[in-house]
Design a protein around this ligand. Sequence first.
Ligand SMILES: [Zn+2]
Length: 159
Amino acid sequence: MEEARRGDVGHESKNPYYEGRKYKEPTFCTSCGLVYREGRWINGEVPEDNLNEALCPACRRKRDKNPEGLVYLSGDYLREHKEEIIAIARNNEKQAKSTRPLQQIMWANCDSNTLEIATTNEHLARRIGKAIKRAHDGKLEIKSANNERLVRVYWAREE
Ligand SMILES: [Zn+2]
């Protein structure tokens, strides 16, 4: 599939997911339908005229399976409360998305011991970790490396 790049203007940022990158207005995300207007991606009507097409930064991350935030949840307590905890994550995504539609959950994968939630945005990962800690106590640790824009959030509660 050939990537639509007609909406790109200005210099190429080194980070292809850069949310502040400029596009021609209006540009339409061919994957999720967000529209770029007045310098940001919003939920809105798809313009009929002068339509440019691109993938928004969130959809680029989804396509590349390249999250900016990873939340790892573990511990015995998680097994009993998994549904509530996933609901907290989804709820925070919903709240974040209402004003910042690029902040999305990319996946929530569960193996026997760990639930991994990937987000398109580091702030959403931090927000989810803090909300779970607030509601369910446990231990929260947030780690970010200097040389990469990826935040890892660890939450655990044993009993
Ligand atoms: Zn999109």
